[in-house]
Design a protein around this ligand. Structure first.
Ligand code: SRM
Ligand code: SF4
Length: 557
């Protein structure tokens, strides 16, 4: 184990965790101080473990920093009961900016929370039996799982496995409860220097850790982008086990070749009852071997890259005390969501609703937030958040379908034709004005770029073509843009890298095609590629597959 790194080499975050393993910092006293509108930089690092980011409204910077908080809810598999949905909706109005943001990992985020509202918000979230604990920080994050009930009879069982695993990997620090729920005003860290989490130890993980479950043939969770993935293998409609993949991740930095997106490697197959042991072993390999000197090299993917799959499998098998079976064959045939009304495998119905860039809000006549509240309230509907930032209303009786369609229409929410195929297959990260790392717009830029892209496709008779498009405001990759058929990655204000050649099953990395393209020129840069696609496409070949083939052939020539 590499636990012998001297303190002088450890990254500042490591020293912070070491000094206060309860993760309490001085959050409690700052919270109790009405004079202060912000937390210290050290506390900002601790707050992440509590599911909170201190940010500032970047639109307002010219007139002075206005501190606001982002709060992330943890929702394994994106499952939200009707009561929970209504609670989130109310709290967003009372304590945040009156919007809810569906994240690319099936969570909800509140934005624009003032410090004075933070305590009441977290307490209310907890009163509804929800949590923000470990939604961020150097721990296991929200566990993703396929939310769509029509896709496979295995969905409920896999969701249950995801929920159980999420619970098993939660840190147990008493600080979360005492600060936010009991309202203790003492700084707890100083009183408990010997605290150590039974799983994470005193210094937690070197970096964040992410898990997803997938059920082939659908890869809606982008399983290979995760530190650890479980791919369901069924026999005769029954769950036989999971293929385990590890070492995926998206984050990179422009101009730093030592950082890169990476797809997870196949390790072997395990039985469903073995997944907790496997997850704890993979997580503790990250804990014990991850790089604690350099946060840019600290993700699990770099352990796999540096030490190799054979070493990793051997270490994993040593820790769990059993051998993994060889992986079973499976095939992914698509990613993404189903929209409109569909029949579930249990005979009930679900409605897939496209949520542009994941933002649930009212805009003019399109009153998505109010409309969703109305249908969930009246029909007591379970909501599921998808990994593509959309939303499903599930377990709907046949008799309720027409009334739900009608009620949504009253709020300007269409059910049948919701958007063009390319828009429905798109995602954008939050970016400006809240994200402190954003280099360019994303959530606010993508809708306009898509309108122009739809125009371009229309010119070439491709108006119905589905192309997976993802935009981020920086290279951190929060909506997994390096798996998209077209990825736009922010480089500088109004400038993007264009990546092409991902696949619609999101298990192939795309490649950099053009650098630093002004937002106004994105479509001009794509025009010749789309023109060639129309001429040289082989049969029903997808745009991403075409780009991968043609760009590779061009590179070889
Ligand atoms: Fe992310 C940091 C938003 C999914 C890779 N991400 C951030 C922060 C917290 C910025 C910060 O550190 O100050 C962003 C907050 C913006 C805001 O104002 O809300 C942020 N990430 C998001 C969300 C909300 C994007 C979205 O629009 O949906 C997603 C929240 C998911 C959740 O519910 O937990 C989100 N982030 C992802 C994903 C996708 C995934 O997990 O499948 C990735 C790529 C996968 C991966 O982890 O490799 C991702 N986020 C990052 C990174 C790069 C990490 C790295 O390995 O280099 C950062 C930067 C960092 O950690 O230092 C980051
Ligand atoms: Fe912020 Fe970059 Fe993530 Fe977008 S990709 S939310 S800009 S960290």
């Amino acid at each position: 184990m590499n636990t012998t790194v001297t303190n002088s080499k450890l990254s500042p975050n490591e020293l912070l965790k070491q000094a206060d393993p309860t993760l309490a910092g001085t959050i409690a006293s700052t919270l109790a101080n009405p004079e202060s509108d912000r937390f210290s930089e050290d506390d900002n690092q601790f707050l992440k473990f509590h599911g909170i980011y201190q940010q500032d409204d970047r639109d307002q910077r010219k007139t002075g920093k206005q501190y606001i908080m982002m709060v992330r809810g943890r929702l394994p598999g994106g499952v939200v009961t009707p009561e929970h949905y209504l609670a989130f909706d109310t709290l967003a109005t009372q304590y945040a900016n009156n919007t809810l943001r569906i994240t690319s990992r099936q969570g909800f985020q509140f934005h624009g929370v003032l410090k004075k509202n933070l305590g009441p918000l977290i307490k209310r979230i907890h009163e509804h039996l929800l949590t923000t604990l470990a939604a961020c920080g150097d721990v296991n994050r929200n566990v993703m799982a396929p939310p769509t009930p029509a896709t496979s009879p295995l969905v409920d069982e896999v969701l249950e496995n995801a929920r159980r695993l999420s619970q098993a990997l939660l840190p147990v620090t008493p600080a979360y409860h005492e600060i936010w729920i009991d309202g203790v005003t003492l700084d707890l860290g100083k009183t408990r220097p010997d605290f150590a989490d039974p799983l994470y130890g005193k210094t937690y993980l070197p970096r964040k850790f992410k898990i997803a479950f997938a059920i082939p043939p659908l890869n809606d969770v982008d399983v290979h982008a995760n530190c650890l993935g479980f791919i369901a293998i069924s026999e005769g409609g029954k769950l036989r086990g999971y293929n385990v993949v590890a070492g995926g991740g998206m984050g990179m930095s422009h101009g730093n070749a030592a950082t890169f997106p990476r797809l997870a490697d196949e390790l072997g197959m395990v039985a469903p009852h073995q997944i907790d042991d496997i997850a704890k072993a993979v997580l503790t390999i990250h804990r014990d071997f991850g790089d604690r000197t350099n946060r840019k090299h600290a993700r699990l993917k770099y352990i796999l890259e540096d030490r190799g799959v054979a070493w990793f499998r051997e270490e994993l098998e040593r820790r769990v005390g059993f051998k993994l079976e060889p992986s079973k064959p499976y095939q992914f045939t698509r990613q993404g969501d189903l929209f409109g009304w569909h029949r579930q495998s249990n005979g009930a119905n679900f409605l897939g609703l496209f949520v542009e860039t994941g933002r649930v809000k009212d805009t003019g006549d399109y009153r998505l937030k109010s409309g969703l509240r109305a249908v969930v309230e009246r029909f007591h509907l379970e909501v599921r958040l998808t990994p593509s930032q959309n939303l499903l209303l599930v377990n709907v009786a046949d008799k309720d379908r027409p009334a739900i369609t009608q009620l949504l229409a009253e709020f300007g929410i269409p059910v049948d034709t919701q958007a063009a195929a390319i828009r429905k297959a798109s995602m954008a990260c939050v970016s400006l004005p809240t994200c402190g790392l954003a280099l360019a717009e994303s959530e606010r830029a993508l809708p306009g770029v898509l309108t122009r892209l739809e125009g371009l496709l229309g010119e070439f008779g491709l108006a119905d073509e589905e192309i997976v498009v993802r935009m981020t405001g920086c290279p951190n990759g929060c909506v997994r843009p390096y798996l998209a058929e077209i990825g736009f990655v922010g480089k500088a204000p109004d400038k993007y890298q264009i990546y092409l050649g991902g696949t619609h099953t999101t298990n192939r990395l795309n490649r950099l095609y053009r650098e630093s393209v002004p937002v106004a020129s994105l479509i001009d840069e794509l025009r010749p590629v789309v023109a060639r696609f129309v001429k040289e496409r082989r049969g029903a070949e997808r745009f991403g597959d075409f780009c991968a083939r043609v760009l590779t052939e061009t590179a070889k020539a």
